[in-house]
Design a protein around this ligand. Structure first.
Ligand code: C2E
Ligand code: CA
Ligand code: CA
Ligand code: CA
Length: 279
């Protein structure tokens, strides 16, 4: 009973106070980060198991903090989402990706596209699809070179709105990938209607390969489902040769993970692509 009474109340409110003030500080830092251009994109290759070549790269945001160094997205994306700042940062991501494509970065290879992530907060904005089309047109980029990654759970929140937006984007020529697939309870009847070209199998299932029977069955089922719907599959989080061989045997189309490369800065990724294709 020592910890009860007024003292503990003080303890809890102090904790809450610290949490709130650290969030407020973070928000202030993030506003400053936007002003000072402290965000950069790292890239991780997507390897095609059919051609064995690099099919594209995924852009993953990092915050280069002046004191703390490189900060991973799990630390700041939630704050960007809560504060609405994700709208501005998300737009920057698309502009940056389009800039790289229009400047013929990534080794001038036409077949290499860039995937980028869209937060649910961003996706549900009115005019999201128009924002993307405007940027692509302004930069003169072929939308075929772009792959939009939207999570399964973001798509299923307001299915009619999602279908409308994705139809416009797909008709315009964008590729669409359903991210973290298998974690979001898709309604299969809607899945059929979603004009996505790719299903991205969540890394939590890849983790269990090759031994976990449940993960093996789930991955096989997702691949069979994708084939039936005429969609391709990408497996993320591939770390070992055993996982890769297993996914290859099951018929996954593309793989991505530390086994090939961690997400790395653009110049390093361009070198990686050159080396990969010359070996
Ligand atoms: P995600 O889209 O599911 O991205 C995959 C995450 O798995 C990335 O983490 C990537 O670095 C990591 N990863 C890739 N291969 C492996 C592997 O073999 N093993 C392990 N353990 N991890 C691997 P990252 O870069 O920290 O990004 C985390 C999440 O942050 C992303 O998950 C995505 O939801 C979000 N995110 C990243 N960039 C952006 C962005 O530009 N906009 C938005 N809205 N969200 C972003
Ligand atoms: Ca992703
Ligand atoms: Ca993912
Ligand atoms: Ca994931």
């Amino acid at each position: 009973a020592k910890n009860e009474g007024p003292g503990s109340l003080k303890f809890y409110s102090k904790e809450i106070f610290e949490r709130v003030s650290s969030l407020l500080n973070m928000e202030k830092d993030l506003r400053n980060a936007i002003k000072e251009n402290q965000f950069i994109l790292y890239f991780q290759p997507h390897i095609s198991l059919e051609t064995r070549g690099i099919r594209g790269v995924e852009a993953l945001i990092r915050w280069v903090h002046p004191d703390r160094g490189i900060i991973a997205p799990f630390e700041f994306i939630p704050v960007l989402e809560e504060t609405g700042l994700i709208i501005e940062v998300g737009k920057w991501v698309v502009e940056q990706v389009c800039h790289y494509i229009s400047k013929n970065e990534f080794c001038d290879r036409e077949e290499i596209g860039i995937s980028f992530n869209v937060s649910p907060e961003q996706f549900k904005q009115k005019g999201f699809e128009k924002m993307l089309i405007d940027i692509v047109q302004k930069k003169g980029v072929d939308p075929k070179r772009l792959r939009i990654e939207v999570t399964e759970s973001a798509l299923m929140t307001d299915i009619e709105d999602s279908l409308n937006k994705l139809k416009v984007l797909n008709d315009f020529g964008f590729n669409i990938s359903i991210d973290d697939f298998g974690t979001g309870y898709s309604s299969l009847s809607y899945l059929k209607k979603i004009p996505a070209s790719h299903l991205k199998i969540d890394m939590s299932f890849v983790r269990g390969l090759p031994d976990n029977r449940d993960d093996v069955e789930i991955i096989k089922a997702i691949i069979a489902l994708a084939k039936n719907l005429g969609k391709k599959t990408v497996a993320e989080g591939v770390e070992t040769r055993e996982q890769l061989e297993c996914l290859d045997k099951f018929g996954v189309d593309e793989v991505q993970g530390y086994f090939f490369s961690k997400p790395i800065p653009k110049e390093d990724c361009m070198k990686y692509i050159e080396r990969y294709h010359s070996d």
